[in-house]
Ligand binder design. Structure first.
Ligand code: GLA
Length: 396
């Protein structure tokens, strides 16, 4: 094909509504080819606790405690860093919380070899009633880029009646693109308008659920819920995720104290099975050995970061016993045996359930035990503690 003709075809392919040509399915801004990893301030520090000192200390820790080497990259400040706008409408950081300002904070994080993230809202005010970005999308995006922002989370509180989530997030996507700086774009409308259906070309990740609570099983009227409830919401969304565009079941609670070690392992394992963003949500400056062991398990992180980018799916459910399977780039599977019941249970993964013939002898490795289980034919069974998981890879 001649070069000019090839260009016409490319342009036509990119035009929406051209009959017979598939629409783009993923935001191609070059980032988040695997699920983003990092830390976000909200789950532990919320509004009152976040400030420049916490951000700097967190970056110091992440750069020296093994998190950076394990892949945790983005240091994201959630709500409450902003207080108002100046007379020409520029967003102003809280001078008490961030006396050195956002540029200096970003520079500090970058100086540690990490990336810097920030938060805004598509409405008039954030959920904590700080200024939102509506009407200031291009101005804010340019300000963030000037500061050196690498990641933006945009929330959905205090939006206008009838405001379209797809149009609002598309506007911010375009504003970010116009800056020329690659910025991961995280949509946070809690799954309320089924973003998995429309957000592939709009964002790099979209919240698929309400706010996570630091509990195994609990539910609040406003939408907050525990890990067990989130598992059910994620089931069925697997077809919508892939490199550059991920379902986001919310930030991690590992290390925040509301769950047992067994439950936190299940939480972390399942986020890996979901190809979910792994944003630690704890105080990384004061981590217990158990928390470190979970957040830094390289073999579990490798399941999350697998280059194929296929979200795992539930392949069997028998009462409280579940088997989830995630296809991996090497032709293997990550398989999670999950026990949601109150007593220990023996759970079996059948090869036929994960897409292999029952005659296959496949190599099984237990990732939390870091132990090869040898070759198994037809199935793999294990005793799983209450609320626990056995996470294995199965390789033909
Ligand atoms: C919403 C979001 C949370 C957090 C808070 C901040 O609830 O879902 O993740 O950003 O707002 O106010």
């Amino acid at each position: 094909m001649q070069a000019w003709l090839a260009r016409v075809v490319v342009v036509l392919c990119l035009m929406p509504g051209v009959v017979g040509l598939a629409p783009a399915v993923a935001l191609e801004n070059g980032v988040a080819r695997t699920p983003p990893m990092g830390w976000n301030s909200w789950n532990k520090f919320a509004c009152a606790g976040i400030n420049e000192k916490v951000v700097r200390e967190t970056a110091d820790q992440m750069a020296s405690n093994g998190m950076k080497e394990a892949g945790y990259q983005y240091v994201v400040i959630d709500d409450c860093w902003q207080v108002g706008r100046d007379k020409i409408g520029n967003i102003v950081a809280d001078p008490d919380k961030f006396p050195a300002g956002m540029k200096a904070t970003a520079d500090y994080v970058h100086g540690k070899g990490l990336k810097f993230g920030i938060y805004t809202d598509a409405g008039t005010m954030t959920c904590a009633k700080r200024p939102g970005s509506i009407g200031h999308e291009y101005q804010d995006a340019q300000q963030y880029a000037n500061w050196g922002v690498d990641y933006l989370k945009e929330d959905w509180c205090n939006t206008l009646p009838g405001q379209s989530s797809e149009a609002s997030y598309t506007l911010m996507r375009d504003a970010l693109a116009a800056t020329g700086r690659p910025i991961v774009f995280s949509l946070c409308e809690w799954g309320s308008t089924k973003p998995w259906i429309w957000a592939g070309p709009v964002g790099n990740l979209w919240r698929s659920t309400g706010d996570i609570l630091d509990c195994w099983s609990c539910k609040k009227d406003w939408g907050g819920e525990g890990v067990s409830q989130i598992l059910d919401h994620m089931n069925g969304l697997e077809g919508f995720a892939g490199p550059g565009h991920w379902n986001d079941p919310d930030m991690l609670e590992v290390g925040n104290g509301g769950m047992t070690k067994v439950e936190y392992r299940t939480h972390f394992s399942m986020w890996a099975m979901f190809s979910a963003p792994l944003l630690a949500g704890n105080d990384v400056s004061h981590m217990s050995a158990d928390t470190r062991e979970i957040l830094l398990n390289r073999e579990v992180i490798a399941v999350d970061q697998d280059s194929l980018g296929m979200q795992g799916r539930r392949v069997r459910k028998t009462g409280d016993s579940e088997v989830w399977s995630k296809q991996l780039a090497n032709g293997g599977r990550a398989v999670a045996l999950v026990n949601r019941g109150a007593a220990a249970a023996k759970i079996t993964a059948m090869w036929e359930d994960v897409g292999y013939p029952s005659t296959l002898a496949a190599a099984v490795r237990d990732l939390w035990a870091a132990k090869d289980e040898g070759r198994r034919t037809a199935s793999y069974s294990a005793e799983v503690p209450s609320h626990g998981v056995i996470l294995v890879t199965v390789l033909p």
